[in-house]
Design a protein around this ligand. Structure first.
Ligand SMILES: [Fe+2]
Length: 341
């Protein structure tokens, strides 16, 4: 009799499990990294929660969310750059994250206002230079501010002002120096450009390796990808010619931005969405992220990829990444006034 009861219990449990809808989480993402697919698969393996991915540019996803309104199946928004996350927040597309685990893992300066989004990985936007055309004396103790000095006339390459990474860098300067000083700085920087902004971060690094300019501002993970050989021989050889300089090491530190995620406002699977973000902050997922995207980890128990570790230790700017969103509209106008194409 005891056994029959046990079997009955098992049968009832199995039939309930069989009838319940599939556990899922719907991820809206504008990240374009192959590593993410492996992460999604790993999450499903661990939790049984199916991951459905809707990818598109930030703008396209925003339009989609607008038209879906309260009926949106979207649970998580996952992207690069605090500026993009803040834009989604300003659009009212996110809701506060309540998981204490996430708040314990991610320091406050790496979270959005109201905890509506959090960092998953970090990237520094720093200087890469050609040691054959820049002396040690010139580069020692360099700051972002200094890049507007006349001594750098015609020696700097950086991508266009329409790029969010640059808008966030300028926003961080506004946060630290104020609008007026930052505008003067931007005007000086534009004068120092070796060419009108063109191409992505990798093109800037190639330009320095090819002697078009002496230094570039670019995100650290691009050099990681190039040095790893994943971008091909030409890029690897080019990156090997470059050295890194982390700006502002004697004051606030080098500018750091993030990849991150938030929970969409009308998320029908909020628990799964939090579980997914918690998973991205696990040792396992963080190791996977840093080893494939060459970003820096958010949690301290994980080491960056050896190539990135080799760039050296440096002081990171602790300016809150939520400021990048706060000052973005001012930054965009300021860059335009400065003539930054
Ligand atoms: Fe990028």
């Amino acid at each position: 009799m005891k056994n029959i009861k046990k079997y009955l219990a098992i049968i009832i449990f199995l039939s309930i499990a069989g009838c319940s809808p599939v556990q899922e989480v719907n991820i809206y993402t504008s990240r374009h990294y192959d590593v993410d697919d492996i992460l999604y698969a790993e999450f499903t393996k661990k939790t049984g929660i199916q991951v459905n991915v809707i990818s598109g540019s930030g703008g396209a996803l925003m339009e989609r969310l607008k038209s879906e309104g309260k009926n949106s199946p979207g649970d998580v928004f996952f992207t690069v750059d605090a500026g993009n996350l803040a834009n989604f927040q300003k659009g009212g597309f996110l809701q506060p994250i309540t998981s204490q685990k996430i708040k314990d893992l991610v320091p406050e300066e790496l979270r959005g206002v109201n905890d509506e989004w959090v960092a998953i990985a970090k990237r520094a936007r720093v200087i890469f230079y050609n040691p054959e055309s820049i002396t040690q004396d010139e580069i020692d103790g360099i700051t972002y501010e200094e890049l507007s000095d006349e001594k750098w006339r015609g020696r700097v390459v950086i991508r266009s002002s329409s790029n969010m990474y640059n808008q966030s860098l300028v926003s961080s300067l506004i946060s630290n120096l104020g609008e007026e000083r930052t505008e003067q700085w931007a005007k000086g920087l534009v004068k120092n450009m070796a060419r009108s902004p063109q191409g992505n971060d990798r093109s800037q690094l190639m330009a320095v390796a090819n002697g078009v300019a002496d230094l570039a501002i670019a995100n650290t993970y691009y050099v990681g990808i190039m040095l790893s050989g994943k971008g091909g021989d030409e890029q690897q050889k080019a990156a090997e010619k470059l050295k890194v300089a982390f700006p502002n090491q004697n004051d606030r530190g080098a500018h750091v931005n993030i990849s991150g995620g938030g929970i969409l406002k009308y998320s029908p699977n909020k628990d799964n969405a939090e579980k997914f973000l918690e998973f991205l902050l696990s040792v396992e997922a963080q190791s996977h992220i840093v080893n494939n995207s060459f970003e820096y980890p958010v949690i301290e128990t994980v080491q960056p990829h050896p190539i990135i570790d080799n760039l050296g230790e440096f002081k990171m700017d602790n300016t809150s990444v939520s400021d990048f969103g706060k000052y973005n509209p001012i930054a965009v106008k300021l860059m335009d006034r400065a003539g930054w194409k």
